[in-house]
Design a protein around this ligand. Structure first.
Ligand code: HEC
Ligand code: HEC
Length: 319
């Protein structure tokens, strides 16, 4: 009978290890819809896949000198081809995000999904090869997004002021109150984005970066599984534009600075910030997340150990 007891003990330890593995695995929620997933890969594929950022700069990056960013950002489709997907022919024809790289809205329309996947594997330009990082299934989602999911909003947004030209603010307000205000607040200021040392709100981003706002409202923020996705809510292309129009009217927190004037603003287009108002707050938030994770694992372990001890005790009692 001793033999069985030992076997059960080993089985329990095995279960504990498996359990620990499940608990500590990265809990990344990815969109179920292929086009939304493709769009999040376009936004920031390494965040959407929850994988390590590639080393150094993307090799093609060195072919331009107008955009001074470096590192992880240089690997993002959005950084090279733009939030309006029109590269050198769209919003990034000038300003700090200018790269001179091509308009893929136009090019994708002329390519088949297979040809796009081939190009993402370096068939035409070996430097444009992402297959080392993104598997076939996800490359197919990217291609599907480029073929079927690209909205053209240039008729809805004034190129000079970046304001929505003829949005329905009442519809935008209703949709925002229903699905967004809970996290971002009725005035868009509940969630603070830290950008190069400055507090920003949803209104700031809507005015400075309307195309990024639209992309993320429709398809979600890469790797950010909590936020609802416009497509999943059944929003039409125009609904997102209406929400953009409404959010552009909310406080941007930088009213005394130039934020919506043509050209000048894109000169200092800052990057996405994280949670927390100060560096210290950010550090505490990170620490809290780690501690929370560790606590959960410990609790799980404890329950399993107790279960194991219980089984052993029961068996002993039986014989
Ligand atoms: C560092 C800049 C850079 C990044 C990052 C980048 N591209 Fe490109 N892309 C280019 C350049 C330059 C071209 C022009 C053709 C070439 O040299 O590959 C191009 C061309 C394309 C084309 C058109 C193919 C053709 O026949 O000309 C598509 C589609 C495309 N890219 C999609 C993507 C997608 C999707 C991603 C993200 C996984 C991405 N690109 C990331 C620079 C970039
Ligand atoms: C469950 C909470 C939650 C809800 C509801 C929510 N968001 Fe978000 N939102 C977030 C989080 C978290 C982020 C990412 C913050 C970060 O990355 O620092 C975010 C980021 C964003 C961004 C990206 C800003 C940027 O830096 O580019 C946009 C745009 C946005 N939200 C719009 C919306 C809209 C529109 C709705 C309504 C459909 C909405 N959000 C509803 C939590 C939420």
């Amino acid at each position: 009978m001793r033999f069985t007891t030992i076997r059960i003990l080993f089985l329990t330890i095995g279960m504990m290890l498996v359990g620990l593995g499940i608990v500590s695995a990265r809990n990344l929620q990815t969109p179920k819809d292929d086009i939304s997933m493709g769009a999040q890969l376009y936004d920031k594929w390494f965040a959407a896949l929850g994988i390590q950022t590639p080393e150094g700069n993307m090799p093609i990056w060195e072919r331009q000198t107008t955009n001074s960013r470096s590192g992880a950002d240089t690997w993002r489709c959005s950084e090279c081809h733009g939030w309006d997907y029109k590269g050198s022919e769209g919003i990034n024809r000038s300003g700090s995000s200018q790269t001179g790289f091509p308009n893929i809205m136009k090019l994708s329309a002329q390519m088949s999904e297979e040809e796009i996947i081939g190009h993402l594997k370096g068939s035409k330009d070996p430097s444009h090869n992402f297959s080392k990082y993104i598997d076939d299934a996800n490359l197919a989602k990217l291609a599907k997004f480029l073929k079927e999911g690209l909205p053209d909003d240039s008729a809805s947004i004034d190129a000079a002021t970046k304001k929505v030209i003829s949005g329905n603010q009442a519809n935008g307000r209703a949709l925002f109150e229903k699905s967004c205000a809970e996290c971002h607040g009725s005035d868009g200021r509940q969630k603070v984005f830290r950008t190069e040392g400055v507090n920003e709100y949803l209104g700031t981003i809507a005015n400075r970066d309307p195309y990024r706002f639209l992309h993320r409202t429709r398809f979600g923020v890469a790797g950010q599984g909590q936020m609802p996705i416009g497509r999943d809510l059944g929003w039409k292309t125009s609904d997102s534009v209406d929400v953009l129009a409404y959010v552009q009217s909310l406080p941007s927190g930088t009213e005394n600075e130039v934020i919506s004037n043509a050209g000048a603003s894109s000169q200092t287009s800052p990057k996405l910030g994280g949670p927390g108002d100060t560096i210290l707050a950010g550090m505490f938030a990170g620490l809290a997340a780690i501690l929370g994770m560790a606590g959960l694992s410990a609790l799980f372990l404890l329950i399993l150990v107790m279960l194991g001890v219980g089984i052993v005790w029961l068996l002993k009692k039986r014989k």
